[in-house]
Design a protein around this ligand. Sequence first.
Ligand SMILES: [Zn+2]
Length: 405
Amino acid sequence: MQTYDLVLKGGHVIDPSQSLDGQYDVAIQNGKIAAIAPQLPPHIARATQNVTGQLVCPGFIDLHVHVYEWVTDFGLWPDDVGVNAGVTTVVDQGSCGPLTFLGFQANMVDRAQTDVRCFPSVNLAGALKGGMGTPALHSPDMVELDALRQLAREHPETVRGFKVHGESGALSRWGTQVIELARQAADAAQLPLYVHTGELFAVVEENRPSPEQVIDYVLPHLKPGDLLAHCYSCRPDGLMGDRDTPSPALVDAINAGVRLDLGHGINFSFAIARRMMAQGLMPYTISSDVHGDFAKPHNDATLDYSLCGALSKLVALGMELKEAIAAVTLHPATVLQAEAELGTLKAGTRADITVLEKTAAPWLCRDAQGEQIVAPQRFTPAWVLKSGQLIQPHRRLLRDLAMSG
Ligand SMILES: [Zn+2]
């Protein structure tokens, strides 16, 4: 008779990679998914976890976090926003660069229980200071294409793309020079670009680009598979800004395969989300952009958003739950070119699983502008399996989901 280390019993499985949406038992053996079936054949289970009434999903992937704690002044510990927040894989966006990568690998990737990957900054040092303080770090002089090529070649497991900024402050200083260098680096490494949108650097006012033109400067340098971050940002130079309808160039780029990422962060706007969703512009991936306080170094006390919170908000705004789950599982796994291993519950893959509790009670949630809505439900992580190990998340940084209406 088949023996399993653990069986998750009675849960509602949503796995977009296999079009599963229904009741299945999931069996785990040696850190991998051994079987998934409505009724497992007779077996011996060393442990059984009853997950009746809960949602069983492939382990969540957060495509935008900041987890280079102590080296950057706004970095968090990966497991606080990873396994302890219902997330089995996190992707750091831009904290390290070629000169600081090995510290990231040794102190974060190799020590965290969470699977940590990254899109290094195209500049040599990375984003050392929150809110893009010290713009000189991000100048074209700080980009060395050979160093980026070597980084991608030597660390293919961790390095999955490059991070660059497409916003007014950078444009007012260097035009599109840094973006052009990023394009070359991404092409050489055959990796996607992740492009920040919405004003971030201090702007050189005499060179301030018209807000509505900013995205049109950026788009010619993007290719299918690249990502535009902060798609529902409130910033006037963001993807939507004050427009009623999106730029035709943006619609063309999305139709050609450029992808939108939520990157909730400190600029997420319900109003912009509603306007863009009404035009059919949905995020391909949902990510959190969790980070420490920009004004108080090494302080996470004010963090009030999360990946599961962002997912719950988008469902409240009308995104289908199955689509939202795809946006934190199958889709980010595709961005990482790791869909054979991550973002799926297929038998034989690593047993990374997120189990959600659906709380059907009024939930008062806020965007980053302080607009409040009351959602009829929210989704909180109850359990995480990381490489088959069952973890009860401590949820210390899920303050958003702790609020009730
Ligand atoms: Zn960020």
